[in-house]
Ligand binder design. Structure first.
Ligand code: FE2
Length: 369
């Protein structure tokens, strides 16, 4: 039996005793086999080390070795299994957790000292390290989608929105300075939610009218928290405007079009995309094509016309040539994106036939496989 630090844990190792959080919540039983998700959870709860069985105790031939699933040994590995089996996925998970913990610390510091200067350069450095693990933008999105776990804290959401916004900034050919500001806009956009009691924020049932009125104040709370900080004003505006909608249907002020800060318009898109592709208590995470359909059904006029089409087009194109699962249980390959209806591409079925999904309104893509 040996206690290993979190960074040395690998999927496949077996823990020797139950593991509890500081508040006494049991998060792993004795003899549990570690997975990427459980290692993520241990990091999230700041568990520093874990006792794992020695190789001869768990029957493995190698001492404390990583048993990352090899997709070539799994018959028909899913898209998600292939992403999670990448050797660098674990490194990505560790860096991702570090960033979530840094965000939590900096939010706490800002709330305690609302006028003290904050060092945003270390965040941007940590972002660069996280992004450097990804081979390209598609790989970054794949890793992001596969980090969808049971934690939907404000900090995780802010990190995801910062990452998605940075990707959008790249697609829009923003300069490196602009991408940095956009990243920080994403990072701080929901800081106002820390002013809302957890029992309301995490309520699994429908909000009452009073609760929803309070929740809709979080952009204002966020702006107030950030107002006196010596940071770029676009970051403060993103916190205030990210729920405003281009057609005036948003909140808290019901602003329209050009009155909404430009960067906040990008954060709004990243915010909705992350919320849609994350698990919720009442539904599983939606796949990227379902997220696109949701934007299309919800009304593209709600979002900045400058950005929404580029974003949806790039997301759809990311999955061209991918295998997908349809809502009728059949699988197919995306062969051509339809520019008029991005959620309904041309697909090739396994029998070789090609279907234009536009002509079949009942057919939906429900999973990337
Ligand atoms: Fe928000």
């Amino acid at each position: 039996m040996k206690a290993l630090p979190i960074k040395d844990l690998r999927p496949g190792m077996v823990v020797t005793e139950p593991i509890y959080t500081n508040s006494g919540q049991r998060i792993l039983d004795a003899d549990s086999v570690l997975t990427g998700e459980s290692i993520y959870r241990l990091s999230f709860y700041n568990i520093s080390s874990v006792k794992v069985k020695k190789a001869d105790e768990n029957g493995s031939g190698e001492q404390y070795t990583a048993m990352i699933p090899n997709p070539s040994r799994v018959s028909n590995p899913s898209y998600s299994q292939k992403v999670k089996a990448q050797p660098e996925f674990m490194k990505y998970q560790i860096e991702y957790i570090k960033l979530i913990n840094s965000i939590r610390e900096v939010f706490d510091t800002i709330i305690r000292h609302p006028e003290a200067p904050i060092d945003t350069s270390h965040f941007l450095k940590d972002f660069s390290s996280l992004i450097s693990i990804c081979r390209n933008t598609v790989d970054l999105l794949d890793k992001l989608h596969n980090m969808r776990l049971d934690d939907d804290s404000v900090y995780t959401h802010c990190l995801n929105v910062a990452l998605i916004s940075r990707v959008i900034g790249k697609w829009l050919r923003f300069t490196s300075e602009e991408r940095d500001v956009l990243t920080l806009c994403g990072l701080f956009h929901d800081i106002g939610k820390t002013s809302i009691p957890d029992e309301i924020l995490n309520k699994p049932d429908k909000y009452t009218d009073e609760e929803f009125t309070l929740i809709k104040q979080h952009p204002l709370f966020g702006y107030k928290i950030l107002k006196k900080l010596p940071i770029d004003k676009r970051i403060k505006k993103a916190a205030l405007h990210h729920h405003e909608r281009y057609d005036g249907t948003g909140y808290p002020q019901g602003l329209q079009g050009a009155d909404i800060d430009d960067y906040a318009g990008i954060i709004a898109i990243a915010d909705v995309y992350d919320a849609t592709t994350s698990a919720r208590s009442y539904r599983s995470p939606l796949c990227p094509f379902q997220a696109i359909a949701m934007f299309e059904n919800d009304g593209l006029q709600k979002y900045s016309p400058q950005y929404i089409l580029t974003f949806l087009d790039r997301i759809a194109s990311t999955y061209q040539n991918n295998r997908v699962l349809l809502n009728n249980g059949q699988s197919a390959t995306v062969v051509m994106i339809n520019p008029n209806h991005l959620a309904k591409p041309m697909i090739q079925m396994d029998d070789g036939s090609v279907i234009d999904m536009q002509t079949n309104s009942d057919l939906e893509i429900v999973k990337i496989i």
